[in-house]
Structure formats: structure tokens, C-alpha cells
Design a protein around this ligand. Structure first.
Ligand code: PSV
Ligand code: MN
Length: 430
């Protein structure tokens, strides 16, 4: 397998941290054993955990005011895969990449698949894009796409989604994620009922062409780019559309797509209870953004989301929704942010495995709120870092991915090999 970070460097770095890790791991193992938790069983689950990286996440993002390009940014899908391979090599938690079409459309899908293969990378859910006009496109999406008032625009957006599925099949993907920016900026601009009916009609047509082993994931977002109303603005709209459409049409929860303080873990539970929770886009948010690194603002919320997922998986061990990071990195090195975020999500998952579920059920049943919340906090407050480090170490990743990455000089090499395109230094989100 091709590896872009020198394995000798990785080995030397790990060697210097190994004995410290082993004593931390042993100490944590002893502590967990006192609560009848077998650290080895948790370690195996941590090692099996994976989350997809978004191809667009390895580029530097921006806001609608400006974009400050980073050094050595990837200029095409092949260079994006190079960066994704580094994230996977060091973090050992991100074996798949999620593509956005047409941003990542390859001229030769087989060649792209082989390129990913050399790194042991797979392709996760495909993302269609009808929130921008594309070159040589007949109709504009200025006033919407799958929900547009014009049948011709809707047909164009439907055809694009079908095309993305066909491409995804060649790449080994198994899901299509649909997010539309469709909505309105003024009261009265859009007929709520008609636009939603048009959306459902459009996705039914896409669903009809979906391969049998594929899922279709509907992503809701409260606002932006539409600032008054968004057609698929909340989990309720997403659920209704998914339910109308078919069994393999599911809802996808992007953590940043809700109003501040919304109880996202409860949305997770509701959708799962009715068999409609299909996937996640992980990120964090402080105000109305959906761009910040996972776990950087509200790690407890992330833990509570995984607390629900672990509860569901106890009942249904084979349940595995699609997990992806969806963040915009404006001020950090995207590779560092993605490695760190993958570990934050993995940390929330591991902590959720440590919740004493028997005790929690007892406190819920006997109406003891103090001890119920304390039971969750007991797991949340544990420092599981040795488990995450050991999982990476045993999988030939880095005990300290960011230190190893910095030491490798990979970014500096990219800065040489990928000179900044002066035409791409402008403003706006990418
Ligand atoms: C929209 O904000 C979103 O969350 C969707 O998932 C898009 O595909 C992605 O971000 C990239 O713009
Ligand atoms: Mn998203």
C-alpha cells in the first residue's frame, strides 16, 4: 500500500510515546475493571470505528467575506485523495472519502478508484450539488432545483442526481446524500405546500432509479442560503419526505443545521425509533454556523448523540448509519482539523460505550434525575485518551497524529508541489 508519511518517522515517533501510553492504558484498564468494564473489548470497538472524510474538507474554506488560502492546498480530486490518505494513515479512523459532484467529477472513474485503492481508501456516500449552477448547464438553480416551480429545472436536477448515483456505482459507493439549498428570502415568495410536494415528487423519481443496495439520505438545514424559509428545513420535513419516498430513503442529521440549543440527541432518538435515521454530518456550531470542528464547542452534545446511538445499537447491533465529517476549515490546516475531529467523534463514541446502562435504566425507572444524569457524566468525565491512542498504535497509525504530521513536513512538501493559483485567492465560501 502507498503511504505518504514515512513509516520510519512514524515508528520513531510512536516508540518515544509507547511506554507512557502502555502505563496510561494499564492504569485506565484497572480503573475500568473496578466497574466490570473490559478495556480490551472497548479497544476492539474503538479500532473498528470509522468516519468518512469529505473531499471538500481538505481544502481551506472561507466565508462570504473572504477566503484565505492555505499553503499547498489540493488542486484536484487526486491531490485531495493524497491528503485523505495521510489523514487515514495517521488516524486510522477515516478509511473512506465522500465525494461532491461536480466538484470531484473524475474524467475516468476506474482510474480514480484505482488511485484510491493504492491508499486502501474507499468511497462513502456521494453528494449531489444543485445549489450552484454548473458550466454549460441549460437552466439556472437561482430559484431552486428539485423544488423549482419549473418542471424543466426539476428535471435537470433529477437527472444530475441520477448521474451522481451512476458515477458512485462505478466507485463502489452505496449512498446518495441530497442537500438542496432551495427556499426563499421573502414571505410570500414561495408556496410552502407546492415546493414541498415538488421536492417529494422529484426525490421519488431519483429513488426509482436507485440500485437495490443503495440508500438515499435526505439532509435538512434550517437556513442558508435561503434566509426566510428552506424547503427541507428540519428533521420533520426530512422524515416526512423520507417516509413518503420509500424504505431505503432515510434522514441525515448534520449537527450544525439546527437552531442553537435544539436537542439534537432527541432528534436522533426519534428518527431511529421509526427506522429513518440514515446518517450524520459531524461538525460543531456556536451560533448559526455549521462549520466548526467536531467537539470543539459542545463535546457533551456529541457524547449525548453517541449515547443514543449506542443505546440503539444494543438493541440492533448491526445498525450502522453513515458517519461523515462536514466542516469548513478556515484558520487551521485542514488535515490537522480532520484528524483531530475524527478522534473527537471516536472519543464521544468510546465514552458512550462506558455508560452503565443498567444503572441508567434503574434511575430512569425510579425517577432519580440526579443519579441518572450522574451516570451519564461518570462515563463522559472518564479520560479515554489511552484507548484512542492504543487503537491507533495497534492499527499502525500515530499515537500523536498531529505531532507526527508536523514532524513529517508533508504540508511544506505540498506547498512546493502545489503552488497557489493566484486566481483562486478571491472571496466566498467554497
Ligand atoms: C450544506 O451546508 C452542507 O452541510 C451539505 O452537506 C453540503 O453538501 C456541504 O455542506 C458542502 O457545502
Ligand atoms: Mn452537511
Amino acid at each position: 500500500m502507498t503511504q505518504l508519511i514515512n513509516n520510519d518517522l512514524l515508528g520513531t515517533q510512536n516508540q518515544s510515546l509507547e511506554s507512557g501510553l502502555k502505563s496510561d492504558y494499564t492504569a485506565l484498564g484497572e480503573k475500568l475493571a473496578r466497574s466490570d468494564i473490559n478495556i480490551e473489548a472497548i479497544l476492539q470497538k474503538a479500532k473498528a470505528f470509522s468516519i468518512a472524510v469529505p473531499s471538500w474538507g481538505v481544502g481551506t474554506g472561507g466565508t462570504r467575506f473572504a477566503r484565505f488560502p492555505g499553503q499547498g492546498e489540493p488542486r484536484n480530486i487526486y491531490e485531495k485523495l493524497d491528503d485523505c490518505s495521510v489523514i487515514q494513515q495517521l488516524s486510522q479512523a477515516t478509511p473512506a472519502v465522500s465525494l461532491h459532484i461536480p466538484w470531484d467529477r473524475p474524467s475516468d472513474p476506474n482510474e480514480l478508484r484505482q488511485y484510491a485503492d493504492q491508499y486502501g481508501l474507499m468511497f462513502d456516500a456521494m453528494n449531489s450539488n444543485t445549489f450552484q449552477d454548473q458550466a454549460n448547464q441549460e437552466n439556472s438553480y437561482k430559484y431552486g432545483s428539485l423544488t423549482h416551480t419549473s418542471q424543466a429545472v426539476r428535471d435537470q436536477a433529477i437527472a444530475h442526481n441520477i448521474d451522481v448515483v451512476e458515477l458512485g456505482q462505478k466507485l463502489g459507493s452505496k449512498a446518495l446524500t441530497i442537500w438542496v439549498g432551495d427556499g426563499s428570502n421573502f414571505p410570500g415568495q414561495q408556496h410552502f405546500k407546492n415546493s414541498f410536494a415538488q421536492y417529494i415528487d422529484s426525490i421519488k423519481q431519483i429513488y426509482a432509479t436507485l440500485p437495490n443496495d443503495w440508500n438515499m439520505l435526505l439532509e435538512h438545514k434550517i437556513f442558508e442560503p435561503a434566509f426566510y424559509s428552506t424547503v427541507i428545513q428540519d428533521w420533520g420535513s426530512s422524515y416526512l419526505a423520507a417516509k413518503e419516498t420509500g424504505e431505503r430513503c432515510l434522514s441525515l442529521v448534520d449537527l450544525g443545521h439546527h437552531a442553537p440549543n435544539v436537542n439534537i440527541e432527541m432528534i436522533v432518538s426519534r428518527l431511529a425509533q421509526f427506522g429513518k435515521l440514515g446518517g450524520f454530518h459531524f461538525n460543531d456550531s456556536k451560533y448559526g454556523d455549521d462549520d466548526l470542528d467536531s467537539g470543539s464547542i459542545n463535546p457533551y452534545q456529541l457524547f449525548l448523540v453517541f449515547n443514543e446511538l449506542t443505546d440503539i445499537q444494543l438493541e440492533n447491533p448491526s445498525y450502522s448509519p453513515f458517519y461523515m465529517l462536514d466542516q469548513s476549515h478556515n484558520v487551521t490546516d485542514p488535515i490537522e482539523s480532520l484528524m483531530y475531529s475524527a478522534a473527537e467523534v471516536q472519543r464521544a463514541y468510546v465514552k458512550s460505550l462506558l455508560v452503565d446502562r443498567k444503572a441508567l435504566a434503574h434511575y430512569q425507572q425510579t425517577n432519580d434525575p440526579m443519579m441518572a444524569q450522574a451516570t451519564l457524566k461518570q462515563a463522559y468525565n472518564l479520560d479515554v485518551e489511552p484507548i484512542l491512542q492504543m487503537a491507533r498504535f495497534q492499527s499502525n497509525g500515530a499515537i500523536d497524529p498531529i505531532a507526527c504530521y508536523r514532524e513529517s513536513g508533508y504540508r511544506q512538501q505540498c506547498a512546493q508541489a502545489r503552488p497557489v493559483d493566484p486566481n483562486k485567492t478571491g472571496s466566498g465560501i467554497i
